[in-house]
Unconditional design. Structure first.
Length: 570
């Protein structure tokens, strides 16, 4: 009996092992087949497929599947010569950055100077290099190098405050990633075959550092830490960040063509914002906007503050100098004004200037975000409306004035083509100190035709709507009759407004519900006169902001009168 049991057990175990081995072999075969299929699929991947699978921030800068190459050999050599580079670079930084620190020293401080400056023992790492083919043309070579540096420099600033306190502040824990651009130009037949090299920080991806007072606490003096940090960042921005470039002559010659020059102007009308996030516990935010192309104090514009309002109307005009339309951006930041306590950021937005067509007005709504570098924030913070016009120098990028064929608008905000405008456009830095400014006067005719699908306001599911029209700058008002118990009113009423300065005027149209004892606002439409100035006459449906539903059908017509006057540019 035991014999048969042993035989049965042995056979069972053997069959089980055979089945297990066969199944394992099948699994291995399947895995190999799947692996081969996966490898074959990867082999068929295109550059576009690879970029869809792996976001850019997760692969090294040299992995762009194009002309960007590794620089391991350069990093090895740089580590060897870094002590000598450190000494030379430290003196160069001290000589070039210290005057800029003094220039942008905030009001709370008296002066900022370097006490110690060495770059430490850790050399930066260059992670990729590429040649920009179309940047310099046949007369030069443009090279871009990706760099990252987690350095241990010894940088000590002597900070003199207005209070008479001297603070030795140490700059520590510097972390930097960015792209440096080198331009070798012009190419010559004399060794080393190029006349000069211009260098610039083409893209600043990240710059982190900490500030520490030697033997003290920087936070003991309110505002000093933020002021110093802002000054350092402004100095970096103004001294080396593109389109600023520093020129090192190699051979004797004139290299003024490599210097930074303005290429045009950007006219910006800050129209309004809507649905801003409320930063105040009691009441509403007091928003103002800051706009810039280069974030430097003398190149930054600030709007007026609108008190207690989440849907502010600014209607302000600004002008910026453009130095590189292909790479620069217009940045707008909206803050809540906290008075003596400073300001709290509501949101920011950015628009690439390359998206603008020269001589054409662009009306945009920009969604505000918390941080321009971190795009993971999905919280809605409101929107801001801008009208933009880019005018390059020395080109005939004009748009025709629709109401007078003898004139061409070269700038929406302040310039009609005049006898002096061509000279100013071709040589703006050599033009006279007075410019021709155009004042567009005339009559704006507005026909309030009808409303459509207005939201119900009364208990009977109807409304008694009427429309109030206001010219913001002149504060001239008119209103329609009341249309009783309807959500689709018809008015067909015409209103004429005498406008003294149409380029800076704005029409505000408010829809109200009329009751015996009170009036309730349904919503509004805010519009500049830009479109009617360019088209002369148009008819359109406009969505009512602030209302759950509804549109207004309007007809606008412009009858102009042009006035010129000279103004100082200084």
């Amino acid at each position: 009996m035991a014999f048969f049991f042993g035989v049965f057990l042995g056979v069972s175990i053997g069959i089980g092992l055979i089945i297990a081995f066969a199944r394992y072999g099948k699994i291995r075969s399947t895995r190999r087949t799947d692996l081969a299929r996966t490898i074959a699929a990867f082999a068929r991947l295109t550059v576009q497929d690879s970029r869809k699978i792996l976001p850019r921030q997760f692969y090294p800068p040299w992995v762009v599947f194009s002309q960007r190459q590794k620089l391991s050999w350069l990093n090895v050599q740089l580590e060897k010569i870094w002590p000598s580079v450190d000494e030379a670079a430290s003196e160069l930084i001290r000589a070039s950055v210290e005057p800029i620190l003094e220039q942008y020293t905030p009001a709370i401080l008296s002066s900022m100077k370097f006490d110690k400056l060495t770059l430490g023992t850790v050399a930066p790492q260059f992670t990729g290099i590429s040649i920009v083919e179309s940047e310099s043309g046949a007369d030069g070579i443009t090279m871009e190098m990706d760099m990252q540096w987690d350095g241990n420099p010894n940088i000590v600033l002597n900070i003199n405050t207005k209070l008479g306190v001297i603070l030795p502040v140490q700059v520590k824990d510097i972390g930097f990633t960015g792209v440096f651009r080198l331009i070798f130009k012009p190419l010559v037949t004399q060794f080393p075959c190029f006349g000069a090299v211009a260098y610039s920080l083409r893209e600043k991806r990240d710059l982190d550092f900490t500030l520490k007072v030697i033997g003290g606490d920087l936070s003991s003096i309110p505002g000093v830490s933020d002021a110093i940090e802002e000054t350092i960042r402004n100095a970096v921005e103004d001294s080396i960040t593109w389109p600023v470039r520093n020129i090192v002559p190699i051979l004797p010659g004139d290299y003024s063509d490599l210097e930074l020059k303005p290429v045009g102007t950007l006219d910006v009308k800050l129209v309004q914002a809507k649905e801003l996030t409320n930063k105040d516990i009691i009441g509403k935010s007091d928003p103002f906007a800051v706009l810039f192309i280069r974030p430097l104090p003398d190149k930054t514009k600030r709007s007026k503050t609108i008190d207690n309002q989440l849907n502010p109307i600014w209607n302000e005009n600004f002008e910026f100098i453009v130095e590189d339309v292909s790479t620069q951006h217009l940045t707008i930041k909206v803050f809540d004004d906290e008075g003596v306590q400073g300001a709290e950021l509501i949101g920011c937005a950015q628009l690439a200037l390359k998206e603008l067509e020269p001589g054409k007005v662009k009306d945009v709504w920009l969604k505000l975000v918390k941080d321009l570098l971190v795009q993971r924030d999905n919280k809605y913070r409101g929107q801001v409306q801008l009208e933009l016009l880019y005018n390059p120098y020395g080109t005939d990028s004009t748009f025709k004035n629709p109401f007078d064929a003898d004139f061409s608008l070269t700038s929406l905000e302040k310039a009609l083509k005049s006898p002096n405008s061509e000279t100013e456009a071709l040589a703006p830095e050599k033009a006279g100190q007075r410019k021709r400014e155009v004042i567009v006067r005339g009559v704006l005719s507005v026909i309030v035709i009808s409303g459509e699908n207005l939201p119900p306001v009364d208990f009977n599911g109807k409304a008694d709507p009427f429309v109030v029209l206001t010219m913001k700058k002149s504060e001239t008002k008119s209103k329609t009759r009341v249309a009783n118990e309807t959500l689709n009113p018809v008015w067909n009423q015409t209103f004429d407004f005498v406008v003294e300065d149409a380029l800076r005027e704005m029409l505000i149209i408010e829809v109200w519900d009329h009751d015996t004892f009170r009036k309730e606002k349904i919503g509004r439409i805010v519009m500049t006169l830009t479109r009617v100035l360019l088209e002369g006459e148009f008819q359109d449906n406009f969505t009512i902001d602030g209302a759950k539903s509804g549109k207004l059908h309007l007809h606008l017509k412009w009858s102009p009168q042009l006035v010129f006057r000279d103004r100082d540019t200084q």
